[in-house]
Design a binder for this molecule. Structure first.
Ligand SMILES: Cc1cc2nc3c(=O)[nH]c(=O)nc-3n(C[C@H](O)[C@H](O)[C@H](O)COP(=O)(O)OP(=O)(O)OC[C@H]3O[C@@H](n4cnc5c(N)ncnc54)[C@H](O)[C@@H]3O)c2cc1C
Ligand code: FES
Length: 289
């Protein structure tokens, strides 16, 4: 994996906090020094409210060095994110970041299959756009299980009818990045089933030569990442995952965020905040998570 980021504590200013669905928001922060250092896979710690002792971790979905901005795609799940949904432009908030190790960019002749689940799309959107610049061939698969429209990535049909599941991700399609959307709810144009079944289908249908060049990249709910790791094993692939764990300090000091990771000696617990959150998919001891 890449070297850990050198994080800094700073004050960020909210530029906008746009509601995309009933409980999902796109937050844009002005934090130029952090934007400059941010890579796909890095995350930030935000102090959601002075009454909360612990900050909350959020993946960086985009960093614009010229504008000095960071985009965060978040879902309201509890006290901290409930406070965040009331943030208005101009609010200043303490921020620690960027934190962690980013995704390692593969050689330009590789094929990257990115598998995202729900809000886990955030770091993979950033990574897909970086990979596109490096010339790596990419396909992004997203599993959506919510009824609410996922406006940020509002699906639009591909401009031809020969593809079985023609719904794609508008945000990536703009950049000519191939994408597909899966859902367990039957929806026209979506792959009907788990996103990992969609990944298996693609891997079965590509040539053996293409499979040899393929790496999996994944972020989403733990059951989905376990299923993605099983796909990697079945097709003998490598790749990387971005893990989520409950966090306290965010800088490696409390060991409150550990995950079981293989090492030369067998396996041991590593800190998701500073040793990760990105790990090699085949190094995670999935049966212990
Ligand atoms: C590296 C990393 C990147 C993340 N990126 C994003 C992101 O881009 N967008 C986003 O919406 N969320 C992201 N999360 C999860 C986010 O940090 C939690 O949803 C948030 O901390 C919840 O805070 P809260 O006070 O609203 O909820 P709490 O009241 O703290 O918790 C509400 C519920 O969320 C669960 N939860 C809390 N923290 C985590 C966590 N770290 N991992 C899994 N479940 C958790 C709790 O168990 C509980 O069920 C990320 C987490 C990590 C570790
Ligand atoms: S959150 Fe403290 S070591 Fe990771």
């Amino acid at each position: 994996m890449c070297q850990p980021a050198s994080s800094r504590q700073t004050t960020a200013t909210v530029l906008f906090n746009k509601q995309l669905t009933p409980n999902q928001y796109l937050l844009r922060l002005h934090a130029p020094d952090v934007a400059k250092e941010s890579e796909p896979g890095h995350f930030i710690h935000l102090n959601c409210h002075p009454s909360l002792t612990l900050p909350r971790p959020f993946s960086i979905m985009d960093a614009d060095v010229e504008m000095g901005t960071l985009d965060i795609f978040y879902q309201v799940v509890g006290e901290g994110t409930e406070y965040m949904q009331s943030w208005q432009a101009g609010l200043e908030t303490p921020l620690l970041g960027p934190i962690g190790r980013s995704f390692r960019v593969p050689d330009a002749d590789r094929f990257a299959l990115l598998i995202a689940g729900g809000i886990g799309y955030a770091p993979l959107d950033f990574f897909a756009r970086l990979l596109k610049k490096t010339g790596v061939e990419i396909t992004v698969l997203l599993g959506i299980e919510r009824e609410a429209p996922f406006e940020l990535i509002s699906a639009t049909p591909l401009p031809h009818e020969l593809i079985e599941n023609p719904i794609t991700l508008a945000r990536l399609q703009e950049q000519d990045i191939v994408s597909r959307v899966a859902s367990l709810q039957p929806k026209p144009g979506f792959f009907h089933g788990y996103v990992t079944e969609l990944a298996s289908g693609i891997l079965q249908n590509i040539s053996a030569e293409q499979r040899l060049k393929t790496d999996l990249y994944c972020c989403g709910p733990t059951p989905m990442m376990k299923a993605a790791a099983a796909v990697a094993k079945e097709f003998n692939l490598g790749g990387q995952v971005s893990l989520e764990e409950h966090m306290a300090c965010g800088f490696g000091g409390c060991a409150g965020c550990v995950a079981p990771i293989k090492s030369a000696e067998g396996w041991g617990y590593q800190r998701v905040c500073t040793d990760g959150p990105v790990f090699a998919i085949n190094d995670v001891v999935w049966e212990k998570i």
